[in-house]
Design a protein around this ligand. Structure first.
Ligand SMILES: *Cc1c(COP(=O)(O)O)cnc(C)c1O
Length: 402
């Protein structure tokens, strides 16, 4: 029998999409790192200074953090052997959930394999058809995907616009509502207007969820993140996402929240239930990383100091870039091609900076995303600015990415 008329072959479809991506300079290439030593990375045989890592506090290679991972694996194994609700839930997971919740002033925590899964869990556990999830236009992809998968209506508001959030909530007056935002925005480095959003959520009976993947460890008192910075807590922000793979240098995520909400998640969230528990060794290593993040205030101060020095040096160079109170800074580029050429010119001088193109950022939003860590020195920051100026002149003179 012939297939239904109109059936498309997947192989044809992806071939034409690949051609379009190529024409639009949207092919993404994975770079292979063979060695890493602090901010120095060996990439395709060349050593580069890394300015595109989220290991903000420099903890991923800190000896006590890696030591806890090694000891944990020796004692408890490389894998956890089962999901949390079967036999994979270990005392180390419990300790990490409690320690994280206590640090942030929340009643409970729940450990997930990744921040992406935690966001899927949150929206899916609390919303379904007939409900609405209102989100900032620049929220992380995991929150957007979470709303799509939940079956709830997704309504987005202009970036950091609390009145826009209120309008979107009002436009869907029935059903349950969630207002979800990044705390620190992953591509722009700015902070959401959390106090205003908390008011909007309260008057609209919406559950406010803040994804602070890039805020925890960096902003706020003791690095307790953007919610603490805004002097808010579990009453106003009943759910908050802390990822372990960024400033804490590990892997996984902890959702902290109101006790009833967290219990509901543990009972019904499919991305929590139907997946193997994070290795206990990883949880022990994250506990160690959290201890060091709290003890070594200098790490956070160094990240912020490096960022402010970068802003000042760029300003001295007459180069206007958006201000940022976090580890994430951006150098806007005129086009995708310019962003790629700038990144290539920087790499030629030994600097690894990522060119961020749509769809990761809005159309016409191509940029270099520059991140600073506690391991960068002032000399590293200054050298980057010199290299950026060279790259800008080279690109203006016709330099193109190979
Ligand atoms: C990285 C990130 C996530 C995903 O966390 P993973 O643990 O890497 O899956 C979620 N939200 C934001 C804002 C992020 O930057």
């Amino acid at each position: 029998m012939l297939p239904d008329v109109g059936r498309q072959r997947i192989s044809d479809r992806i071939a034409s999409q690949a051609r379009e991506r190529e024409a639009a300079l949207r092919i993404r290439r994975r770079r292979i790192v063979t060695r890493r030593d602090g901010i120095r990375c060996e990439v395709d045989g060349h050593w580069l200074a890394n300015f595109c890592s989220n290991d903000y506090l420099g903890l991923s290679q800190q000896f006590a953090v890696t030591g806890a991972l090694q000891d944990g694996a020796a004692q408890h194994g490389a894998g956890s052997g089962a999901s949390h609700l079967v036999s994979g839930h270990h005392a180390a997971h419990d300790a990490l959930e409690r320690t994280m919740a206590e640090w942030l002033g929340y009643p409970r925590g729940l450990l997930f394999g990744s921040g992406y899964m935690a966001n899927l869990a949150v929206v899916q556990a609390f919303l379904g058809e007939g409900d609405v999830c209102v989100q900032d236009r620049l929220n992380h992809a995991s929150l957007i995907d979470a709303a799509r998968l939940s079956g709830a209506a997704l309504r987005r508001y202009p970036h950091a616009d609390a009145e826009g959030a209120l309008r979107q909530l009002r436009s869907v007056p029935d059903g349950a509502a969630m207002l979800a935002t990044d705390g620190v925005f992953s591509m722009d480095g700015d902070i959401a207007p959390l106090r205003d959003l908390a008011v909007v959520a309260r008057v609209q009976f919406a559950l406010l969820h803040v994804d602070d993947a890039h805020g925890i460890g960096i902003v706020g008192p003791e690095g307790r993140g953007s919610v603490a910075e805004a002097r808010l807590g579990p009453t106003e922000v009943p759910l908050q996402l802390v990822t372990l793979g960024k400033a804490l240098g590990g892997h996984g995520a902890v959702l902290v929240g109101d006790a009833a909400l967290i219990e509901h998640l543990a009972q019904v969230a499919r991305p929590y239930i139907y997946t193997t528990a994070t290795p206990a060794a990883m949880a022990l290593s994250s506990l160690e990383a959290l201890k060091i993040a709290r003890r070594d205030g200098w790490r956070r101060e160094r990240v912020l100091h490096n960022g402010q020095r970068f802003q000042a040096r760029m300003h001295d160079a007459g180069w206007a870039i958006p201000a940022s109170p976090s580890a994430i800074h951006q150098v806007p580029c005129g086009s995708d091609a310019e962003a790629l050429a700038m990144a290539a010119a920087l790499e030629e001088q030994g600097f690894w900076v990522s060119a961020i193109r749509p769809p990761t950022v809005p159309e016409h939003g191509a940029r270099l995303r520059v991140t600073f860590t506690a391991l960068h020195t002032e000399a590293d920051v200054d050298a980057l600015v010199v290299a950026l100026r060279w790259a800008r002149d080279a690109v203006a003179a016709g330099y193109r990415a190979a």
